[in-house]
Design a protein around this ligand. Structure first.
Ligand SMILES: [Cu+2]
Length: 157
């Protein structure tokens, strides 16, 4: 007799607590980018970041994972928003970034940049520095690799 009443009361307390929760902005999320010797879906595609395009919200954290050896991650000069901090991670180490400036971030693997090991992180909904990032000077296979990433990023807006 007593127990069902208690349960009912607990349940309504929980519902009341849910209803009183103010609308907060979505909590910051965590993402991972793998540094790989070969792409999972195509063994011909060597030295890749996976995913090579990542869309996140302001304040989210991205961790680069050294799944395979011989890679790092570094922001590319001219390819990050003006107030954003550049980065250059140690080789073969896990490396986390919390991105708090909206825009496009172009980054590279230093040893494999000219072979086209590059990636894009898009923070927020507006790619305010897109034109500047597209105009950045590239060398070797990085030129085509970034062109492909920008085309895909703009195509999936
Ligand atoms: Cu690499």
């Amino acid at each position: 007799m007593f127990m069902p009443m208690l349960n009912t009361r607990l349940r309504s307390t929980a519902i009341a607590a849910l209803m009183c929760t103010p609308a907060l902005p979505a909590a910051a999320e965590e993402f991972e980018i793998l540094m790989l010797n070969t792409a999972a879906e195509n063994a011909q595609h060597t030295n890749v970041f996976a995913p090579d395009i990542l869309r996140i919200q302001l304040g989210d954290t991205v961790t680069f994972i050294p799944t395979d050896k011989g890679h790092n991650t570094a922001s590319k000069r001219g390819m990050i928003p003006q107030r954003a901090e550049p980065w250059n991670s140690p080789m073969d180490e896990k490396f986390s970034l919390t991105l708090t400036v909206p825009g496009v971030y172009g980054y590279i693997c230093l040893p494999h940049y000219e072979m086209g090991m590059v990636g894009l992180i898009i923070v927020g909904d507006e790619m305010q520095n897109l034109d500047a990032a597209k105009d950045a000077r590239q060398v070797g296979s990085a030129r085509g690799a970034f062109r492909d990433l920008f085309a895909r990023a703009e195509g999936s807006q």
